[in-house]
Design a protein. Structure first.
Length: 335
């Protein structure tokens, strides 16, 4: 009898020890998973959003077309201009460079692409504005070039930076000066994402070149080539979503171009290439179809991402000139 009880007690003890080991392993794995998930989401967030200084493209390795383009960008940078510094709503210092051609002429405020430069991306609108005698303000988005900020929020805070720039312009030049917001790629997405915010009445139009619907969708479409080998896209999406919320303190769902244009009264011009491999053409069409204000879409055949001016300089210039002339004229009649 005693032996049976002893064996039973040993069996219970053994099961208890095994259970404790299992629990310990589960806890260790859980803690390890949290650490991996936390560090993984942090690394993804840093890769996407943290400030990273981007060198200008090298003239020495440029082909003839790139060389001509970059030479123009260097010329613009050296042209006489007025440096403008404003404070964003959250206190971040933002910098831009203003080029004046004619008093009270339309002003185009231009926003460059992600990890790019206003002088490089701004070559087309600078040349068009020079020909049309418009004034142009090339701004550096937050966490880029001269502007402050350590985190780029993929449109969430940058939308409000658009409003800050427009408010500065309206106050500085007066309400009789027509203001147009224009952006390319990420800058194009930002200006459309901002379209439902509280702009001054002198904002007459928004010009979006190669923009996209949401940054979430862009990350999903373009992350595959940048992922570590074997990492599924779904895992990356989870890491990105958690990392941005946890380490960045913002939510990408707040920046949605389709939702914004469905709530705006500002006229919208969309320019997009039908061979865009980063922001597919269907995104431009979704934004166009969602827009409830006066709208126009110009599709450049054979153009890949942000290549519209290179492929069709005459058509690009004409559609922008007509858009600005039409909608700035409406403002002038009011004054």
């Amino acid at each position: 009898m005693f032996m049976k009880q002893r064996v039973k007690q040993l069996a219970i003890t053994e099961r208890s020890v095994k259970m404790k080991k299992i629990v310990a392993v589960v806890i260790i794995m859980f803690i390890f998973s949290i650490i991996i998930f936390g560090e993984g989401s942090k690394l993804v967030f840093q890769k996407i959003c943290e400030r990273r200084e981007t060198a200008w493209p090298d003239l020495g390795t440029a082909d003839d077309e790139q060389y001509e383009w970059l030479t123009e960008a260097y010329k613009i940078k050296r042209k006489n201009n007025e440096k403008i510094v404003i404070l964003a709503s959250d206190g971040t210092k933002l910098e831009g460079h203003y080029y004046e051609r004619k008093k009270n002429a339309p002003l185009v405020i231009f926003f460059h692409g992600f990890r790019s430069h206003s002088y490089v991306d701004g070559v087309p609108i600078y040349k068009i504005a020079q020909k049309e005698k418009w004034n142009v303000l090339l701004v550096s988005m937050r966490a880029h070039d001269e502007s402050e900020g350590n985190i780029f929020t993929l449109g969430v805070k940058e939308r409000y930076d658009c409003v800050n720039w427009a408010n500065w312009a309206a106050k500085h030049f007066g309400r009789e000066t027509p203001i147009f917001l224009m952006g390319i790629s990420m800058g194009g997405a930002v200006v459309t994402m901002s379209s439902n915010l509280d702009f001054p009445d002198s904002v007459c139009g928004i010009i979006e070149d190669s923009g996209f619907t949401t940054s979430t969708k862009m990350l999903e479409l373009n992350c595959k080539s940048h992922l570590p080998k074997g990492m599924p896209v779904e895992v990356f999406k989870i890491f990105a979503d958690v990392g941005i919320k946890l380490w960045g303190g913002f939510n990408l769902k707040e920046a949605d171009a389709c939702k914004a244009v469905s709530q705006t009264k500002i006229p919208i011009l969309i320019i997009h290439g039908d061979m865009d491999n980063l922001a597919p053409l269907y995104m431009a069409k979704e934004i166009y179809n969602s827009c409830k204000s006066s709208k126009e879409i110009y599709i450049v055949h054979g153009a890949t991402h942000a290549e519209n001016y290179r492929k069709d300089p005459e058509g690009y210039e004409n559609v922008i000139a007509q858009f600005v002339e039409e909608h700035s004229g409406a403002l002038k009649k009011e004054y």
